[in-house]
Design a protein around this ligand. Structure first.
Ligand SMILES: NC(=O)c1ccc[n+]([C@@H]2O[C@H](COP(=O)([O-])OP(=O)(O)OC[C@H]3O[C@@H](n4cnc5c(N)ncnc54)[C@H](O)[C@@H]3O)[C@@H](O)[C@H]2O)c1
Length: 254
């Protein structure tokens, strides 16, 4: 089987479930060797076992809040596969939504530690490898359409995602000369938590779907994962610093 990412080495954080698992699946099905990184070791192992029929995979337990663990994770990937060509910063711990004035210090720390701080840790650790890769290094950071919407109840989360957007823009400027592209994906799929909530309240899901231009919920692999394949692959070699919304037209980044 030949794929557009044959032999490329990808690190996907938070790939134990949800969007990250969908991205890992899509990359592996195009021939990329994938490091499935998650704080939930069992979930990472399960996804890695599933993907092993497509490519060489490695499950890594890593708490992305800890830069020493991030460095060790990247070192383990490099020891196993030789380099990192593609980095997908997907994981986040977004618990703690609520009214602006009720945002706690812990809520803020949680999304900043697992958002821009972890994103920077991984980008910093992968940079020496990304700049050496033959096909051009690729960084894909996960952002959110809730940011341009200013979605009520998500102040800390949106601050985290806006900071990630800033990191993407700066790295796109600085790393272009090394042949590295740095872009964002802004997806919309149902997370496990949202799915069980909407199973009990289907009328609420209908309301959400009516706000989407394309009137359907996205799929983590066939919608978001395929967009990641594009940003990770040769067809996007002249694209950097952008946010690609894969949310059915739920939001527009200008
Ligand atoms: N689901 C959506 O519709 C949506 C919309 C906009 C943006 N996003 C973004 O897409 C990404 C994935 O979203 P999702 O809905 O799949 O999230 P999710 O909560 O379902 O999955 C997050 C994953 O990150 C892992 N994780 C959490 N804390 C970690 C830590 N400290 N170290 C390592 N791994 C950790 C979790 O174990 C989990 O596997 C996030 O960046 C999110 O902001 C998602």
């Amino acid at each position: 089987m030949t794929g557009v990412l044959d032999g490329r080495i990808a690190v996907v954080t938070g790939a134990g479930r949800g969007v990250g698992a969908g991205i890992a699946r899509a990359l592996a099905k195009e021939g990329a060797h994938v490091a499935v990184v998650d704080i939930d070791a069992e979930a990472a192992e399960t996804v890695a076992a599933e993907l092993s029929s497509y490519a060489a995979v490695l499950a890594v337990r890593c708490d992305i809040r800890d830069s020493a663990q991030v460095d060790a994770c990247v070192a383990e990937v490099v020891e196993r596969f030789g380099t990192v060509d593609v980095l997908v910063n997907n994981a986040i711990d977004a618990r703690g939504a609520g009214p602006f004035e009720a945002t706690t210090d812990d809520d803020l720390d949680r999304v900043l530690d697992t958002g821009p701080k972890a994103t920077l840790y991984f980008m910093r650790a992968c940079f020496p490898h990304l700049r050496e890769t033959d096909g051009g290094g690729r960084v894909i950071n996960l952002r959110s359409g809730s940011e341009p919407q200013g979605l009520a109840g998500f102040g800390a989360y949106i601050a985290s995602k806006a900071a990630i957007g800033g990191l993407t823009r700066v790295a796109a400027r600085e790393w272009g000369r090394h042949g590295i592209t740095v872009n964002n994906l802004a997806p919309f799929v149902l997370s496990d938590g949202a799915r069980s909530h909407f199973d009990e309240h289907p009328e609420e899901l209908e309301k959400v779907v009516r706000t989407l231009s394309l009137r359907r919920v996205g799929d983590a692999e066939t919608d978001v994962g395929r967009a990641a394949v594009y940003l990770a692959g040769p067809d996007s070699s002249y694209v950097t610093g952008v946010t690609l919304s894969v949310d059915g037209g739920g939001s527009f980044f200008s």
